[in-house]
Design a protein around this ligand. Structure first.
Ligand SMILES: [Mn+2]
Length: 405
């Protein structure tokens, strides 16, 4: 009588199973019928014993394994703690990566700003104490439009302008700068002048009508200006003791293109040519430095104050209530997010304004059909002058009246 359990324990059953494809075949090898084999296995299993199937005997399927241990509450708690820890670490890692990204960006911006700051012209304070307080003078030259003709009849007789009158007014401008520097020298030690040449010194051929009405071509106008400004700078050097920093910017009228092209504004401005010529002329004069235009705005540090110079044509004037200061202040708020300045100095609008953080220049051409076109009130032709007090900032705003009474 075959003892299946004994055969299983001794390994003989597994040996017999080798090569068998069915349980019946195995039963046959053992000299049993399929039913007899099945009956014996059931008996063994009924007693609680284990007995492998044919596949298990052949090793294809694993012998019935121990059931997976049921996780204890401690296991579950540990598991949960582990997962929480993972989640926390992942969040920390994400935070750290974001932080690195932010710092890299900050570093990049700071480096760029620092590089830009390196190129900003700077007037340093030279003396402390003493009877006179140190100050730098700023004279703003813009919107001269020297070759444009204004017929008195076109502006109800309040103004008249032509090349001869332009010459007179430019002379009065430079004499006015000398006068105001000397005037303030009783109370301030003034050794520096910032001469802000901020555009629209010529009218050019911006509008078709300029072809007929201008008294000189743009090239001729530039040639006149070169002589006039050069003589004016010589006069300041001769009649005062200041060193001059000329901050140069192009206006919208000096352009050679149909429309302003922001990225090539200077390259396409004939005023740029004027500034380059003047810079060359004074290259060997140690008292004069020219700061040629780099873009639409030039930042200049005077003592502790940063001044933003620009022509101003980028600002759209909606002829709204409140005049030009509302759109200008909106624009200043935008520029402040890019780079801070304590004072903004611009021209373009032919209307003199002096505010704590803003100086808008008047014009040399005076009241013209252009002023009429955007509803400007009448104002005498004038240019802006002020001091930067080394201890207190902008002070002593003054008009340089350029029209012969
Ligand atoms: Mn302009």
């Amino acid at each position: 009588m075959i003892d299946l359990e004994e055969m299983l324990a001794s390994g003989k059953l597994a040996e017999a199973a080798r090569g068998c494809k069915t349980q019946k075949e195995l039963a046959g090898k053992l000299g049993l019928s399929a039913d007899a084999y099945e009956l014996r296995i059931r008996r063994i299993r009924k007693r609680g014993g284990k007995f492998p199937t044919l596949l298990e005997l052949l090793g294809v399927a694993p012998a019935t394994s121990e059931p997976a241990p049921v996780p204890t509450i401690d296991d579950a708690l540990a598991d949960r703690r582990e997962r929480a820890e993972l989640t926390r670490l992942r969040a920390q890692l994400n935070e750290a990566v974001a932080e690195v990204e932010r710092l890299r960006l900050q570093h990049h911006v700071a480096t760029e700003a620092e590089q830009a700051r390196g190129s900003v012209p700077h007037i340093e304070r030279q003396q402390r104490g003493g009877l006179l307080r140190e100050a730098a003078a700023v004279a703003v030259a813009s919107d001269w439009h020297i070759e444009e003709r204004v017929d008195a009849a076109a502006v109800n007789g309040v103004n008249e302008f032509n090349l001869d009158i332009a010459r007179e007014r430019v002379t009065r401008f430079f004499s006015g700068v000398v006068y105001l520097i000397r005037y303030h020298e009783d109370h301030f030690a003034i050794s520096r002048l910032v001469l802000a040449l901020i555009g629209d010194l010529i009218t050019g051929y911006l509008r078709a009508e300029n072809l007929e009405s201008n008294e000189a071509s743009p090239s001729q106008a530039i040639a006149h200006l070169h002589v006039w400004i050069s003589e004016g700078i010589q006069q300041i050097l001769a009649e005062t003791s200041v060193d001059i920093d000329a901050v140069c910017l192009s206006g919208n009228h000096g352009r050679l293109t149909d429309k302003v092209r922001p990225s090539t504004r200077e390259a396409n401005s004939i005023e740029w040519l004027l500034y380059v010529g003047l810079a060359r002329e004074f290259a060997n004069e140690p008292r004069v430095r020219f700061h040629l235009p780099q873009g639409q705005q030039t930042y200049f540090q005077i003592y502790d104050w940063t001044i933003r110079f620009l022509h101003g044509d980028g600002i759209s004037y909606g002829s709204g209530v409140g005049g030009i200061t509302i759109p200008i202040n909106k624009a200043i708020a935008r520029w402040q997010t890019v780079r801070h300045a304590d004072l903004t100095v611009m021209g373009h609008f032919h209307q003199y304004h002096d505010l704590p953080n803003l100086v808008v220049n008047g014009s040399l051409i005076g009241y013209s059909p252009y002023s009429l076109s955007f509803g400007a009130g009448y104002e005498e032709p004038r240019q802006a002058f002020f001091l930067i007090d080394a201890a207190r900032g902008k002070t002593m705003p003054a008009d340089i009246w350029v029209k012969q009474l």
